[in-house]
Write a protein that binds this ligand. Structure first.
Ligand code: SF4
Ligand code: SF4
Length: 285
């Protein structure tokens, strides 16, 4: 297993520090840039985008609706054929069908910065795996969220959804933002590695379902030069998705990471000193 102290050292030696963090830096730019876009309205009166991550309007004309929010609206009976949210969810789902469902998680969602920080500290402090539970819990959570909306006729989960709370809290400066941030951080730090995003979050699960069919994929096109350093498994928030594409050649499995849970974060590309991974499509390089 790769040692945490040396993690990334080979990639930096071969590619240089900047290239060895290229996708990480671009992701942070994207996450912060999107927050700033939302803040420009209330802070500077520059309304490029109105609303929040759950539901927004770009340039006063393009509606965008978050898929899990839409599913709850549908189950709660808030959707009529004339609802703008239908156009909004089609636009958002169409976009993520192209760029990867869980690209939302690593390129847009503000919670990702918190869970990445918790994971970094967890590795730094050498906190060993504590509680273990299935990665599939999130899909049960997703079903439960929709069932609760159906039974209650309300979007009850939005009252506690960390993504919505944090985003609204940062933009409008209200709510339990700091308590939610701390709760998610401590959960990931002490309960289980990548606890919230890779095990529990129903919003990530919904994007994971879209991701099963999405076009843009990470591919292990140069898997024959893999030296088994295992660093990609250490940095990946969903390491279970790598194995088939990286090690499946003898079993006739292709080099494309096809699991919907891959977040297209690009950390496996950054960290690999052998340039095994690259972005491509599910059909060709
Ligand atoms: S899993 Fe949920 S909280 Fe985590 S990045 Fe994705 S949407 Fe955000
Ligand atoms: S396989 Fe690569 S791109 Fe996908 S989640 Fe893991 S590190 Fe990120």
């Amino acid at each position: 297993m790769a040692s945490y102290e040396r993690l990334g050292a080979d990639a930096i030696a071969v590619k240089g520090r900047l290239r060895a963090h290229k996708w990480l830096l671009l992701r942070r730019l994207s996450q912060v840039g999107i927050l700033v876009l939302f803040l420009l309205g209330p802070w500077a009166g520059l309304w490029i985008i109105k609303g929040n991550l759950s539901s927004s309007l770009l340039l006063d004309s393009v509606p965008m609706t978050e898929p899990l929010v839409f599913l709850q609206m549908l189950a709660a009976g808030f959707v009529t054929p004339a609802t703008t949210a239908i156009t909004g969810v089609l636009i958002v789902a169409g976009f993520y069908l192209l760029v990867g469902g869980r690209a939302y998680c690593s390129w847009v969602c503000p919670v990702n910065m918190i869970t990445d920080a918790a994971n970094w500290l967890r590795q730094k402090l050498g906190i060993k795996p504590t509680t273990r539970f299935s990665h599939h819990v999130r899909y049960w959570m997703l079903a439960m969220v929709v069932l609760v909306a159906l039974a209650s006729g309300s979007m009850a989960y939005e009252l506690i959804n960390p993504v919505s709370l944090i985003h609204r809290g940062v933009i409008f400066g209200v709510g339990m933002t700091w308590a939610v941030i701390l709760g998610v951080f401590l959960f990931d730090l002490f309960v289980t590695r990548r606890g919230w995003c890779s095990h529990v979050c129903p919003m990530g699960a919904a994007y994971g379902l879209i991701g099963k069919f999405s076009l843009l994929r990470v591919r292990a096109d140069r898997r024959e030069v893999c030296n088994d350093c295992m660093e990609c498994f250490v940095v990946c928030p969903e390491p279970q998705v790598i194995q088939p594409a990286l090690k499946g050649a003898e079993r006739g499995i292709g080099p494309v990471i096809v699991a919907g849970e891959c977040t297209n974060c690009g950390r496996c590309i950054d960290i690999c000193s052998k340039d095994v991974f690259n972005f491509g499509t599910r059909f060709f390089k």
